[in-house]
Design a protein around this ligand. Structure first.
Ligand code: HEM
Length: 324
């Protein structure tokens, strides 16, 4: 696994050629129709530009500069928190990640090449903030919009909640294995939400041959997860919300190898387990206690995401949570 410092160093070294060839399609032989669908999904110009060329755009005026400013503010906030941790640190009883990291920094202080330094502590904490909050909440926001659009699905989830959990106790993680329909719905929400269509940028650490292309060392590569999540070879109706994509003929949960919203490989999402747990518990707890309603008729609900380059955000919508 390349280190954070290495990742940033390599990122600075990326060549123009590297950028041009950096975006790989998952399937070289896809037909024109599929390509069109992909273009539509990826057509989110401003955010996409920022994601691809953030190093260059920082020199130009525009709204994107606010992103940098906001990040600096959050970093300063985390820096302040690190100082408070430092003051209260009890080496015999570390309280959290920052405490543990500080102790490790102390242990490695004589190693000038250690990755455990102040800057990486700030970056790691910042990454966890973003990666751990915006992701699950955005997926849930998409999920509830889909429940408004497809009320019969919400109704079936509620029936399963009634059967397996009932009204008197909160959902527990053990319930998930007994609730294949709900689990399939959550999988399908994640597939349609397509939260990070381009995944996160990676750097190839050595010259790499891939389907006739040579990708030079140091090239930035975006693994386009969206193509897998909408691959018609794996999903019968790739652009339609249909929980059956994840159910077999007996109604049991069906795994699908193209379901890769968390990416795959060595740098697969670190939080996959916690994210799947959160999605299940929040989704079922809310639907156990509330039905959802919209001022807009289901057929008029628009699922088109807001323009955004890095992640896909659901459009703003109104929802009513009615106590059961
Ligand atoms: C629905 C929820 C989530 C989705 C769809 C998601 C998706 C992803 C994806 C696609 C990546 C990029 C992997 C790669 O580089 O190939 C990633 C990385 C990461 N995610 Fe998540 N994520 C979610 C929730 C979370 C949560 C809850 C946490 C932490 C509590 C988390 C922590 C991370 C971290 C730390 C990384 C970087 C891992 C690395 O670079 O080694 N994620 N996530």
């Amino acid at each position: 696994m390349e280190s954070e410092t290495e990742r940033r160093k390599l990122s600075k070294n990326k060549t123009k050629k590297g950028r041009d060839k950096g975006i790989l399609r998952d399937r070289a032989d896809e037909n024109e129709c599929e390509r069109q669908r992909e273009r539509e999904r990826m057509h989110q110009p401003l955010g996409l530009l920022f994601e691809l060329f953030s190093d260059f755009l920082k020199y130009l005026p525009g709204a994107h500069r606010q992103i940098r400013k906001n990040l600096q503010e959050i970093s300063a906030f985390i820096g302040h928190s690190v100082e408070k941790h430092r003051e209260a640190l009890d080496p015999s009883s570390p309280q959290d990640l920052i405490d543990t990291y500080l102790l490790h920094m102390e242990k490695e202080k004589s190693n000038p090449h250690s990755e455990f330094n102040h800057q990486n502590l700030i970056f790691n904490t910042l990454s966890l903030f973003f990666a751990g909050t915006e992701t699950t909440s955005t997926t849930l926001r998409y999920g509830f919009l889909l429940m408004l659009k497809y009320p019969h699905v919400a109704e079936r989830v509620y029936k399963e909640i009634e059967q397996v959990i009932g009204p008197h106790r909160p959902p527990a993680l053990d319930d998930r294995a007994k609730m294949p329909y709900t689990d399939a719905v959550i999988h399908e929400i994640q597939r349609i939400a397509d939260l990070l269509p381009m995944g996160l940028p990676h750097i190839v650490t050595q010259h790499t041959s891939f389907r006739g292309y040579t990708i030079p060392k140091g090239t930035e590569v975006f693994p386009i997860l969206s193509t897998a999540l909408h691959d018609p070879h794996y999903f019968e109706k790739p652009d339609t919300f249909n929980p059956d994509h994840f159910l077999d003929i007996n109604g049991a949960l069906k795994k699908n190898e193209a379901f890769i919203p968390f990416s795959l490989g060595k740098r697969i999402c670190l939080g996959e387990g916690i994210a799947r747990t959160e999605l299940f518990l929040f989704f079922t707890t809310i639907l156990q206690n509330f039905s959802v309603a919209s001022p807009v008729a289901p057929e008029d609900i628009d699922l088109t995401p807001q323009e955004n380059g890095v992640g896909r955000l659901p459009p703003a919508y109104q929802i009513r949570f009615l106590p059961r």
